[in-house]
Design a protein around this ligand. Structure first.
Ligand SMILES: NC(=O)c1ccc[n+]([C@@H]2O[C@H](COP(=O)([O-])OP(=O)(O)OC[C@H]3O[C@@H](n4cnc5c(N)ncnc54)[C@H](O)[C@@H]3O)[C@@H](O)[C@H]2O)c1
Length: 489
């Protein structure tokens, strides 16, 4: 959402918050070494961590490889099963490291061969949801640290097994909810802690897309149903547990392999709202949480008429303690709202949009009207794509020069999560803990996957403490998953 000058000044109460321009931290994320500044690490002081990656599709290539920090983490190996994505990874490595080093990154024909590679210290997992637990647990068992994409696992039984494996094999497990490494979200939490928003009873979170636009040939342009490239047609997908090549390429559409809108999109915002409510409660949000009490949900396959299992529209209402609620919607047929969170407090509102804009609005206070009118200020203006508009958080105390720089790209946190992961591997110390470890990710997985159960049953579902406890067998899982690994740990 790019706010015009008018929208910025109008906000919810017709005025901006009374902070001065000098206090603004505009695009603090671009301050050199911002990640280290915010997240408490420094240069690696040692050779980069040698890593392998499994799954070199969209997220693997565009985030985990392209945005990886070579001075912290160096890919030495990769594995995938689709020829197009293997070639894509090779191109990415060449771009990142130059042709000589790029060509030297070893391609492993099999997962087992990559696991056995003694050169690898850590494995990055960016494969479809249902495979995460198996890859993560086998990797940790083989002595590798793991950075696994979100959602942590396909079911809670598997997610708990991943946490236990991390403990049992004493390996770091970091899960890719990148908002834990976003300076924008850190700033949002700081804004909540500062009291500028007052007390908070409601957050509206949404991820709206239009995956229903029509191509010239009459087909629907659905990003979850991509074309199957010619070069991948010959892959024997059944060797890897898929029904066919379509299930491998379009895994998000099916219950066996994906977790629907809640797992793919909503889990990010469940994570964000957990951070916000933790900040309000005085918790750090990374290792201390606020648990929801219950969730109601509804959803359905209301637009598409194909073979998919997953809903195309969902609406969930989460109840938290103290009468706090979080409403989440995800729809596939209109993109106007985009994605983001609106945090609605007694004194102000905050919007965090598209992982790159943060704006704070004063709540209308008739008693203050006269005083405020004298110093109307502009706190929000339009950001170009990829640039930041971030106002607020004087409390961060960055130097004024930093506040005046600005306009480079805001990091969404992928680079920082990989940096910190590598840093924690090189500097083992109780003080150095990845921010989205297995327990944090289990918390997010329980909330997201329980919401799916609430949607399916049409009933209000109350969260049980035991669901969040990795040592307890209790879960909200509907039935043992036929593809679930979750044993032996
Ligand atoms: N953090 C984020 O913002 C974010 C964004 C997008 C995706 N993701 C997550 O990243 C993961 C991958 O998503 P994606 O969009 O890249 O999907 P994708 O389909 O583009 O890529 C998945 C890759 O895994 C490979 N693969 C599948 N099964 C395999 C197996 N058994 N062995 C080896 N390789 C296998 C596929 O060939 C493909 O290249 C998902 O968990 C997704 O939720 C996270």
């Amino acid at each position: 959402m790019e706010l015009s000058k008018d929208q910025g000044t109008k906000g919810s109460g017709g005025k901006s918050l009374s902070v001065t321009r000098r206090d603004f931290v505009k695009a603090a994320a671009v301050v050199p070494a911002a990640g280290a500044f915010y997240f408490g690490y420094h240069a690696l002081q040692g050779s980069p961590v040698k890593a392998g990656i499994v799954g070199t599709g969209n997220e693997g290539c565009e985030a985990m490889i392209k945005q990886s920090p070579p001075e912290f983490l160096e890919y030495v190996a990769f594995h995938d099963i689709r020829p197009t994505q293997i070639a894509r990874a090779r191109r990415k490595f060449n771009e990142l490291y130059g042709p000589q080093q790029g060509e030297a990154v070893t391609f492993h024909e099999s997962w087992e061969s990559m696991l056995a590679d003694p050169n690898i210290e850590a494995i990055v997992i960016a494969t479809p949801l249902w495979t995460h637990a198996q890859f993560a647990i086998e990797a940790m068992k083989a002595g590798k640290h793991v950075m696994c994409e979100k959602l942590m696992a396909h079911n809670i039984t598997d997610a708990k097994a991943m946490v236990r494996a991390s403990e049992k094999y004493n390996k770091i497990l970091s899960v890719g909810h990148q908002r834990h490494y976003s300076t924008l979200y850190d700033d949002a939490m700081e804004t909540i802690r500062s009291g500028k928003l007052g007390d908070i009873r409601h957050i509206r979170a949404f991820w709206h897309r239009n995956n229903a636009q029509i191509n010239p040939d009459g087909t629907i342009r659905d990003s979850w149903r991509p074309e199957i490239p010619e070069a991948d047609q010959s892959v024997d997908a059944s060797k890897y547990g898929y029904k066919d090549i379509s299930e491998l390429v379009r895994w998000r559409l099916y219950d066996r392999t994906g977790g629907g809108l809640m797992a793919e999109l909503g889990s990010h915002q469940v994570d964000a709202c957990s951070l916000f409510l933790a900040a309000l409660a005085g918790a750090d949000g990374h290792h201390e949480h606020v648990r929801p009490l219950a969730v109601n949900g509804m959803g359905g396959k209301w637009f598409y008429e194909d073979d998919r299992d997953c809903d195309d529209h969902i609406h969930c209402l989460f109840e938290f303690p103290n009468g706090q609620t979080v409403a989440f919607t995800s729809i596939n047929t209109n993109a106007m709202a985009g994605y983001g969170e609106e945090v609605l407090g007694t004194r102000g509102s905050m919007t965090v949009m598209q992982e790159r804009e943060l704006a704070v609005f004063d709540e209308n206070d008739p008693l203050k009207k006269k005083r405020e009118a004298k110093k109307t200020e502009m706190t929000v203006d339009a950001a170009k794509p990829g640039e930041a508009t971030m106002y607020s958080a004087a409390s961060l105390g960055l130097p004024v020069e930093a506040a005046q720089k600005s306009t480079a790209k805001v990091s969404r946190g992928y680079k920082e999560e990989l940096e910190h992961f590598a840093f924690c591997i090189r500097h083992p110390d109780p003080a150095n803990q990845v921010r989205c470890d297995g327990l944090v990710a289990l918390h997010d997985a329980v909330i997201a996957l329980s919401a799916n159960q609430a949607i399916r049953s049409g009933k209000r579902l109350e969260f049980q403490d035991a669901w969040f406890d990795p040592s307890s067998p209790e879960t909200p899982d509907p039935k043992p998953n036929d593809m679930s690994l979750a044993s032996g740990v």
